[in-house]
Design a protein around this ligand. Structure first.
Ligand code: NAP
Length: 255
C-alpha cells in the first residue's frame, strides 16, 4: 500500500501566473483546505482562463508594491510561475523576497532542444530575429506573441501569419494574417497551417512545454528553418523547479 503524501502546512501561497503551469499548480493545491492560494495575473489577456482559488489581476506597482502586497496579505510562500520570457516579473519577485524574507521558488518549464532533422537558428532577442528573418524565408509563421510584433513592422517584403490569443495592435507588418487561437495545438493543426499558408520559416521563443511544441515537429517534417529566441536571464540565487509536482513538494517542506 503506498503512503499518503504528507499534508501541506498552512500557507498563503501567492502564485505569479500567466502560464499553464501556474494554473496546474493552483489546481493541485485546491483540494488542500490548509492552503490558501492566490494567483496573480498581469491582465494582458482579455478573457483569461482562471484557476481555482483567489485571483487578482493587474500589476502590483513595481517591487515595492509586490512586497507590500505580500506583507499585507500574510503571504507565506511565493511561486514565480510566470512565463520564461516575463523577465521583469521574475526579477521583481526576487527583489521582493529580499525585502520581505518570504521564501520564493521559480517554477520554470525546461526549454526546447533541437532534434535530428531540425534546422534551428538561435538568436538573443526579437530584434535579431527580425534582422535574420529575411535571409531564411519570405512567408513566416510568427508565434512570439502579439506584444513584440512591432519589432517586425518594418519587414515589408515578408508575409506573416501571426497567432495570438488577443488581436495585435499597430504597428504591425504590412502583409499580415492574424489567427486568434489559444493553445494547446496539435501536430495536425500545425501541419495544416504550414501547408495551407505555404509557410517557409517559423519564428518562436524558446518557451518550452508541450502545449505549443507540435509546431516544432511540423516544421521539421516540412523541412523549414526555425528562428528560436533564447530565454532572457533569470535572477541569481532563486531556487528553481521544473514541474508542478516539484513545486508542491517545495511547499510541503517546512511550515
Ligand atoms: P514582464 O515584462 O515580466 O512584466 C511587466 C510588468 O507586468 C511587471 O513589472 C508587473 O507590473 C506586471 N506583471 C507581470 N506578470 C505579472 C503577474 N503574474 N501578476 C501581476 N503583475 C504582473 O511580463 P510580460 O512579459 O509583460 O508578461 C505578462 C504576463 O504574461 C506574465 O504574467 C506572463 O506569465 C504572461 N505571459 C508572458 C509571455 C511572454 O512571452 N512574455 C507569454 C505568455 C504569458 P508591476 O511592476 O506593476 O507589478
Amino acid at each position: 500500500m503506498s503512503a499518503e503524501p504528507a499534508p501541506l502546512p498552512a500557507h498563503h501561497v501567492l502564485i505569479l501566473g500567466g502560464t499553464t503551469e501556474a494554473r496546474r499548480l493552483a489546481e493541485a493545491l485546491a483540494p488542500d483546505p490548509s492552503c490558501h492560494v492566490t494567483t496573480s495575473l498581469a491582465g494582458r489577456v482579455a478573457s483569461p482562463v482562471l484557476p481555482p482559488g483567489d485571483t487578482r489581476i493587474g500589476g502590483f506597482g513595481g517591487v515595492a508594491g509586490l512586497a507590500a502586497w505580500i506583507v499585507a496579505h500574510d503571504v507565506t510562500r511565493v511561486v514565480d510561475a510566470t512565463h520564461p520570457f516575463a523577465e521583469r516579473m521574475s526579477f521583481h519577485a526576487a527583489e521582493a523576497q529580499a525585502l520581505t524574507g518570504v521564501p520564493l521558488v521559480a517554477l520554470r518549464r525546461p526549454g526546447w532542444t533541437p532534434e535530428p532533422g531540425d534546422d534551428w537558428t538561435f538568436v538573443d532577442c526579437l530584434e535579431v530575429a527580425a534582422d535574420r528573418l529575411p535571409g531564411l524565408g519570405s512567408r513566416a509563421f510568427l508565434t512570439t506573441g502579439r506584444m513584440g510584433l512591432h519589432t517586425f513592422a518594418h519587414l515589408t517584403d515578408t508575409w506573416f501569419l501571426v497567432r495570438s490569443v488577443d488581436p495585435p495592435q499597430a504597428p504591425v507588418p504590412p502583409h499580415l494574417e492574424v489567427l486568434l487561437a489559444r493553445g494547446p495545438f496539435t501536430l495536425d493543426d500545425e501541419r495544416e497551417l504550414i501547408a495551407r499558408h505555404r509557410v517557409d520559416v517559423l519564428v518562436t521563443k524558446d518557451s518550452g512545454g508541450s502545449a505549443t511544441a507540435p509546431k516544432l515537429a511540423a516544421a521539421r517534417e516540412a523541412g523549414i528553418p526555425v528562428l528560436v529566441v533564447r530565454r532572457p536571464a533569470v535572477p541569481e540565487g532563486v531556487p528553481e523547479t521544473d514541474s508542478v509536482a516539484a513545486a508542491v513538494d517545495w511547499l510541503r517542506q517546512g511550515a
